[in-house]
Design a protein around this ligand. Structure first.
Ligand code: HEC
Length: 154
């Protein structure tokens, strides 16, 4: 298949996926919803890269791991400011509980921040080994999951 044909067929698949209006309702990237979704996706990408290195999916690269842990530790501080005081309209997968129980939500956000700080601290123990980093990364993943179970509608 030529590259063009491949592109066209991909485009067709995308169009098909969007044939129902609701499936394709776009999110304004500058809205609070758009901003937090972008950050969450970046968090997922970064944590998956770290997980991939520890689980052998990607080659373990010490400087890349340290840089990834540092950037994750910064990223996790940033989505919360994009949850407005009152739930916003649009394609949010946040449960109403985010706004009904902000104290618990903030607590779980804080737990995530503590876990990424722990992971970053663990990267100071040279030489780095995937084995030593597994537990702190598991804690980060558990912190993501704990909040999603309570506050995210898949
Ligand atoms: C304190 C709660 C909380 C924690 C901790 C948390 N999330 Fe989420 N996450 C949410 C909520 C709420 C949403 C739904 C946001 C929305 O659609 O309004 C969400 C949505 C997402 C999404 C979907 C974004 C989209 O495109 O719709 C991804 C991906 C994600 N989170 C990844 C992560 C990762 C990775 C971590 C851990 C490193 C994490 N989250 C930690 C609450 C949390």
């Amino acid at each position: 298949m030529s590259r063009n044909a491949l592109f066209t067929s991909r485009l067709f698949v995308v169009l098909l996926a969007c044939s129902s209006l609701t499936a394709c309702e776009s999110v304004d990237p500058n809205s609070p919803l758009g901003k937090r979704k972008t950050i969450f996706k970046q968090m997922l990408k970064t944590s998956e890269q770290l997980g991939g290195m520890l689980r052998g999916r990607v080659k373990f690269d010490e400087p890349a791991f340290v840089a990834g842990a540092a950037s994750l530790n910064e990223l996790v501080k940033t989505p919360w400011q994009h949850f407005p005081q009152v739930k916003d309209e649009g394609k949010s997968s946040a449960k109403d509980e985010v706004w009904q129980n902000q104290q618990r939500f903030n607590e779980l956000a804080h737990k995530l921040e503590m876990s990424t700080a722990g992971l970053l601290a663990a990267t100071a123990q040279k030489p780095l080994t995937p084995k030593a980093l597994a537990a702190p990364l598991n804690q980060v993943e558990a912190a993501c999951k704990a909040c999603h179970q309570e506050f995210r509608d898949y």
